[in-house]
Design a protein around this ligand. Structure first.
Ligand code: NAP
Length: 249
């Protein structure tokens, strides 16, 4: 699915909302965090590199946005207890959580399945799949406190059609789509939480450069170019839409 072609987010679209963005220190997540703050949200910046999160924090403050929060967490090594204590801390600090953008991702290696290393396979699954489960599971009670919350999962074209040599990454994105469908179905009639997936498609970031080093980056859309989809699916304009797989453009 696509967002409406003529979509123009209104100023203050996210005012009063608390939105957690994973992988907020770089790439698409950084841009989404800055954009959500620009549209009025208080953004909870989660990532594994403190210095990158601090730079995003400073940029939001300089731009006059709501004061963000920093949550330093490495999905590759965090225990389930760390997710539980994160959720407890957030519940104390914020009365409700209105949005959760699962954006952090790991590319892993591109090899045939036969020569894929098990350790790398597990790392990719831990960051791209298991972390989504743990974070969602522990934050659901907090999301249920919001009048209408949005959970947005980051997919990929590789999560919709398998391709040779994309091993763990592609499988992790299929899992993301499956997680989205199961969760959306569970919550549709029992909560005010909507759950959708979004495929950014080719976007000019470090991950894209790593995956396609010979590509001319200038020809690739920037994270800013795809922010209308991130705003539409996080804000009230998508109220009532759940269980859908979107493309950002
Ligand atoms: N760019 C594209 O063309 C494209 C296309 C389809 C889908 N996607 C998806 O879009 C999402 C964002 O990708 P991107 O292109 O913006 O990638 P990126 O520039 O590599 O950024 C990925 C973010 O995830 C964080 N991250 C990685 N491992 C982590 C861990 N163990 N714990 C916590 N955070 C971790 C990174 O933190 P550090 O900065 O500290 O490393 C970084 O902030 C990903 O889910 C990706 O699969 C991207």
């Amino acid at each position: 699915m696509r967002i409406p072609a003529d979509y123009h987010p209104k100023d203050g679209l996210l005012a009063g909302k608390h939105i957690l963005v994973t992988g907020a220190g770089d790439g698409i997540g950084r841009c989404a965090a800055l954009t959500y703050a620009r549209y009025g949200a208080t953004v909870l910046l989660l990532g594994r590199s403190g210095h990158k999160l601090e730079a995003v924090y400073d940029a939001i403050e300089t731009a006059g946005g709501q004061r963000p929060a920093i949550i330093e967490m490495d999905f590759a090594s965090a225990s389930e207890e760390a997710y539980a204590s994160l959720a407890a801390g957030l519940t104390q600090a914020f009365p409700h959580l209105d949005g959760l953008l699962h954006n952090a991702g790991l590319l892993g290696d591109r090899h045939p399945i036969q020569s894929s290393g098990y350790a790398t396979w597990c790392d990719v699954m831990q960051v791209n799949v298991n972390a989504q489960f743990l974070l969602t599971r522990h934050l659901l009670p907090h999301l249920q406190q919001a009048p209408r919350a949005s959970i947005l999962l980051t997919s990929s074209s590789l999560g919709r059609a398998g391709r040779a040599y994309w091993g763990a990454y592609a499988v992790s994105k299929f899992a993301t789509e499956g997680f989205m469908q199961v969760l959306a179905d569970e919550l549709e009639n029992t909560s005010n939480i909507r759950v959708n997936s979004l495929n950014p498609r080719a976007t000019r970031t470090a991950m894209r450069r790593q995956a396609f080093p010979a590509e001319d980056p200038v020809k690739i859309p920037t994270p800013e170019d795809i922010m209308p989809a991130y705003l539409f699916l996080m804000g009230e304009d998508s109220a009532g839409i759940t269980g859908k797989a979107f493309d950002a453009r």
